[in-house]
Design a protein around this ligand. Sequence first.
Ligand code: ZN
Length: 346
Amino acid sequence: MDGLAPLFQRIDVKPNGSILLGNFVNADGFAKKQVRVVTHAHLDHLGGLQKSHSYQGMILMTPETFVYASNLYNFKATKSKVKNMRYGNPIKIWSEKITFLKADHILGSVQVLVENEKGLRVLYSGDFKNPGWGTEIVEDVDILIVDATYGCPHMIRDYKDRQEEILVDVVERAMKYSEKVVIFSYYGKSEEVILILRRWGFDQPVIMERRHYNTLKELERLGYNFGEILPSDHPDTKRLDEGIFLVHLNRLNRRKEQLRKDTSNIILSGWFFEPYRRVAENAWEVGFSDHADFEDTIFYIIQNKPGLVITDASRSGKCAEALARYLKFRYGIKAVARPSQLSMLL
Ligand SMILES: [Zn+2]
């Protein structure tokens, strides 16, 4: 895009996934900046974190993100380097003010707003869903850098407002088949699922691998309540005749684990755009996502009233291009996908 080259020196998305937010601040990847923000603890946002810890002056994250990063992803930190931030409590680094805003994604997720002394407002969405209620709208943003996971126009979940109820319904059905239910899911989504099921009155014990269990116990110290949870190596789990077993979805995808014959199985998938389908007599796939679909991504962008939109092509190339094109030609919003696909190939 013409005339934007000088801007991209300071505000941009780099091929390593790092989001440049100003002169001193970046997020979700390593960059030679004073401050690194971690918007949430998913692997594609934790890249180069240990390197950032060595070379960048300060790392900002929520306490939840710190619990996940240190327990599940072996992030080793010295206390002086990491600053725990809360929503809406800004911090000033020289001329730039950094504010964390609520993002509905996994526990502890944030959007980041960086404002400089000239009044320029740069917002990075991080990963999010439910814009306007779960995910805060900022309005009058000069530059919005937005996640484009479901930035392709066909990526719509018509049932998204009933996602929670549909999950509960499928768990009920699965329990009629067997009182032991295995749920295959990613970290982050698993915790959301436990909290949903507890809210809907499911009080069965939830069993998970030891380090996942340790993570949840630490999250409980921050005020979350997951009810009865057990680590899978606990002797009591052998004697259970009912329970919800959480298994990381990668174990199924990488064929380290198969659907279990003696239980019912539920697979939570963000890339399946139907409410659910029965894939075997004892197995269901549920279209359950922690990202905004295409419609909600557009809604979020329009509500923020940005002067320029940069769609994140480092994490979702084709859909970032499609989203930028749609914003330009359908709404007349200035938009560009970064990094350009050409520079990704170089
Ligand atoms: Zn994420």
